[in-house]
Design a protein around this ligand. Structure first.
Ligand SMILES: *Cc1c(COP(=O)(O)O)cnc(C)c1O
Length: 422
């Protein structure tokens, strides 16, 4: 019988220098630059280890303790741990921790709770909504009748009267709230009142503010939302995946079946282990301190930019996320994002509400304090970051100025080390 190659079970990345070089490069990129992209964060060593564990070898399907395959006792224990921590964290009765991603969590909920062709009322992506809420380029956009609400021109916030008028005219089965570029807190009880008026279910997708909810720094969607979805790797600072939460047992069968077998097969149990790890961290008191730093950092960054005349969409932020309008700078988001990246500041270009410009060269930038706060940045550091952003926005083509900012960024990053070098 052939035996495994020497080192098969014991040696690591040193056995693959090409791959090791790329991973090492990524460690240094994360260490030496400032991450301001809202869909990213820096996870703990614990989460990395759980995600890299031997659960990657285990195939299970279906709910814990009712799997199709045997040998699942430890997988069952891990998934049960993740579910009980998630429900405790968010104050609800039920959780499905199997979604491979936020998009799968949403697609599974739609599939479980709706019939083909049912109407969904969801936020327009152009106003900050997420593509997985029925964008025409996705399956959800094909399978359901999608009606869009936006934000009010004057306040750039959701206008409940507009949502109500659309709901009454179009009678959706499901109203979806929560986006990827909406900086303000949601009025969850107001949205629930609209849902009740038309007999719709309310789903809140809290991907970008779940961490704040867990820490008590954003209104909890429960008990107002019928279903809550999230990613676990943005504000929750954990494994790369999705999550569904709900309270009413009458929905359990349909939601679980919507996820499996509706949109997924077997469970990524190593990722579920990573989710259990990050939910455990989020239940500890220091997670509140982390999220307070996220909010304080975002407030400082927003104030630094606003004092220099930069316009923030919706006048600022209630979360870790903000949208910057570059129109007054005569810059587009793509040009600004490239210049900032050259200075060691990772951001993403983003459309702003009522953007006259296309998504490829939009009018705005999206910024977040999530990852900076995770490595220990406080208000002083976020004030420096605001100053650097202003210097780059004022001279995006000045290579010398960008180099100077780049070296100051590097210096700050060196004082806030992340993972040990690979
Ligand atoms: C990021 C995000 C998602 C999708 O997450 P993926 O894991 O990329 O599929 C869904 N909803 C919202 C609001 C998001 O911000």
């Amino acid at each position: 019988m052939p035996r495994p190659a020497p080192g098969y079970f014991t040696s690591g990345l040193e056995a693959d220098p090409e791959l090791a070089a790329a991973i090492g490069g990524e460690v240094r990129r994360q260490q030496d630059g400032i991450e301001l992209i809202a869909s990213e964060n820096l996870v703990s060593r614990l989460v990395l280890e759980a995600q890299g564990s031997v659960f990657t070898n285990k195939t299970v399907e279906g709910p814990a303790y009712a799997r199709y395959y045997g040998g699942a006792e430890f997988a069952d224990a891990v998934e049960t741990l993740a579910v009980s921590r998630a429900t405790k964290l968010f104050g609800c009765r039920f959780a499905n921790v199997q979604p491979h991603s936020g998009s799968n969590a949403n697609a599974g909920v739609f599939l479980g709770l709706l019939k083909l062709g049912d109407t969904i009322l969801a936020m327009d992506t152009a106003a900050g909504g997420h593509i997985s809420h029925g964008h025409p380029a996705t399956l959800t956009g094909r399978d359901y009748e999608i009606v869009r609400y936006g934000v009010s021109r004057a306040t750039e916030r959701i206008n409940l009267d507009e949502v109500r008028a659309l709901a009454q005219a179009r009678r959706p089965k499901l109203i979806v709230a929560g986006g990827s570029a909406y900086p303000r807190a949601l009025d969850v009880s107001g949205l629930r009142a609209v849902a009740d008026e038309v007999g719709a279910l309310l789903m809140v997708d809290m991907a970008h503010f779940a961490g704040l909810v867990a820490a008590g720094l954003h209104p909890n969607p429960f008990p107002h939302a019928h279903v809550v979805t999230s990613t676990t790797y943005k504000s929750l600072r954990g494994a790369r995946g999705g999550l569904v939460l709900w309270d009413d047992d009458a929905l359990s069968g349909r939601i679980n079946a919507g996820i499996f077998p509706g949109v997924q097969g077997s469970v990524m149990m190593h990722i579920v282990a990573g989710k259990a790890a990050c939910f455990g961290e989020a239940l500890r008191p220091d997670f509140v301190a982390y999220n307070q730093a996220v909010v304080d950092g975002a407030q400082t960054l927003a104030a630094t930019l606003a004092e220099a005349g930069v316009r923030l969409v919706a006048g600022g932020t209630d979360t870790g996320l903000m949208l910057v309008d570059l129109v007054n700078h005569g810059l587009t988001g793509d040009v600004a994002a490239k210049a900032l990246e050259a200075a060691g500041l990772a951001v993403n270009k983003n459309q702003i509400p009522f953007d006259p410009r296309p998504p490829e060269a939009p009018s705005g930038l999206r910024l977040s304090s999530n990852a900076g706060a995770a490595r220990g940045f406080g208000v002083a550091e976020f004030a420096s970051i605001g100053g650097w952003i202003l210097r780059v926005l004022n001279a995006p083509a000045d290579g010398g100025a960008i180099e100077t900012v780049r070296s100051e960024v590097r210096e700050l990053c060196a004082r806030f080390p992340i993972y040990p070098a690979a």
